[in-house]
Design a protein around this ligand. Structure first.
Ligand code: NAD
Ligand code: UPG
Length: 424
């Protein structure tokens, strides 16, 4: 098949590489000139494990363009993978999607399938269909939300738990188009309406975010009752009805999806006069989690003023360079504002512009003379530190495990003080 992809970000680029691997020809378009220039040179503008290799392996079938106009007509399937960032009220801003549709519109023809992969508010796909129909275009519209996680995007795309396909009632062709496109991917299909597919995407993210907020609330309770939340997570997670995933307490969820999608779903509920109690609580717990934790760090260190603190981790999670809504960045800002002398490290991510904080190249450099070290992102490199050596490098002895991911016993044995999240 001939596939056109609009948007070469985390989702668009991963989708392009994976679809090329499946044997299709892919033209990928992005309005960001620098991104396209880099991709055309063979450089990958983001860090995602395995992505660079996959793009290289299939470069004979992959083409990048700043302006893809002349490739629209020849495409069998067109994917929209542009961003849908939050607006000032927490609603999803679909202007990038609308702009992409407007650019495609004059060149579309009736044999094509337009697939929306971007996460869009309920009703957006129907509105796109109506807009196309009004312009006399009988293009089929499919909602095919994406469930990949950054850091394991290639694996998640090649081995998804399910493929969700939202269709209009009278569309008897698009399902087989999608099945042909994804023929080499083995996963159950969930076929539903356009709005149904949109709702599945929001419900999945809200549910996962809710699990994290639930365990973070439990962490606060565990702290109050001197119980280890890691034991609680294990104890409840072994119940098949609950499951072990997304029960790691920490400084809160971040990233480009959970915060924005939970907020957008909340706004969608208000628009229909439905009070979203669960979603409100999920968001409130997350919004307050890192303040709660900063208070704990403050209590442990006595004062933050003039303390040298090494923060390990800037990205919102390991194995990515993405810092969108990163709790680590919020933590660094809060500690800095409270008078601490913060130095930060991350294997891939870079501090946002304008932050007056030193970022070190090595972990060792960050640890020099530190009164405390805080692990804010659970990269493997931090979990595998030699704690004897850490103790010798630091001048203080406090290790703050903001992700409950460090070997507590090794740290204590090295003569350091371990501070976790709700670990009693
Ligand atoms: N990042 C994830 O892990 C993830 C996972 C699942 C779903 N999603 C959803 O997928 C969508 C994309 O997310 P992302 O993280 O890949 O975003 P991103 O910001 O990394 O990439 C979006 C890209 O689209 C380009 N773009 C915007 N408007 C354009 C236009 N009109 N024409 C051409 N290019 C245009 C931008 O330049 C940018 O490179 C969002 O709706 C997001 O919610 C993201
Ligand atoms: O037990 C856990 C699991 C995750 N997190 C945090 O939650 C955030 C999100 O993590 P994760 O879900 O692994 O990363 P994302 O790449 O944001 O992926 C989520 O968001 C994507 C965009 O919508 C979806 O496609 C994915 O299915 C969904 O997992 C990160 O800050 C994690 O540190 C926790 O605090 N505790």
């Amino acid at each position: 098949m001939n596939v056109l992809i609009i948007g070469a970000g985390y989702v668009g680029l991963t989708t392009a590489a994976v679809i090329a691997k499946l044997g299709h020809t892919v033209h990928c378009v992005d309005e960001n000139e620098q991104k396209i220039a880099a991709l055309t040179r063979g450089d990958v503008p983001i860090y995602e494990p395995g992505l660079a290799e996959l793009l290289t392996d299939h470069k004979s079938r992959l083409f990048f363009h700043r302006d893809g106009q002349k490739h629209i007509h020849e495409a069998d399937v067109i994917f929209i993978c542009v961003g849908t960032p939050p607006d000032n009220n927490g609603k999803s801003d679909v202007s990038y999607v609308n702009r992409a549709v407007a650019a495609l519109l004059p060149h579309l023809h009736d044999q094509q399938t337009l697939v929306i992969k971007s996460t869009v508010p309920i009703g957006t796909n129907e509105r796109i269909y109506e807009r196309l129909t009004k312009e006399g275009k009988n293009v089929r519209v499919v909602s095919n939300p994406e469930f990949l996680r950054e850091g394991s995007a290639i694996f998640d795309s090649l081995y998804p738990d399910r493929i969700v396909v939202g269709l209009r009632d009278d569309d008897d062709r698009s399902l087989s188009v999608m099945q042909t496109l994804y023929a080499r991917i083995h996963a159950p299909y969930v076929v539903t309406s356009l709005s149904g597919a949109e709702m599945i995407k929001y419900a999945a993210n809200a549910f996962l975010a809710m699990k994290i907020s639930f365990i973070n609330e439990m962490a606060r309770l565990c702290e109050a009752y001197d119980v280890d939340v890691a034991h609680v997570a294990k104890g409840i997670g072994l119940d098949g009805r609950i499951g072990p995933h997304f029960l790691q307490a920490g400084i809160g969820y971040g990233g480009s999806c959970f915060p924005k999608d939970v907020a957008a779903l909340q706004q969608m509920a208000y628009e229909k006069a439905v009070r979203p109690y669960m979603i409100e609580a999920t968001k409130t717990i997350n919004d307050t989690q890192f303040y709660w934790y900063v208070q704990k760090i403050k209590r442990t260190l006595g004062t933050l003023s003039d303390k040298r603190i090494a923060v390990l981790g800037i990205a919102f999670k390991p194995n990515t360079d993405d810092i969108r809504e990163s709790p680590a960045v919020s933590l660094i800002k809060a500690l800095h504002n409270l008078g601490a002398h913060v130095v930060a490290h991350d294997p891939k991510a870079v501090l946002p512009n304008g932050m007056d904080i030193k970022q070190t190249k090595t972990i060792d450099e960050a640890l020099q003379q530190a009164d405390a070290v805080i692990v804010a992102t659970d990269w493997d490199a931090y979990k595998q530190l030699n704690w004897e050596q850490v103790r010798q490098t630091m001048s203080g002895n406090v290790v703050v495990d903001g992700r409950n991911s460090l070997p507590r016993n090794d740290i204590i044995q090295a003569g350091l003080t371990y501070v976790g999240v709700g670990r009693g």
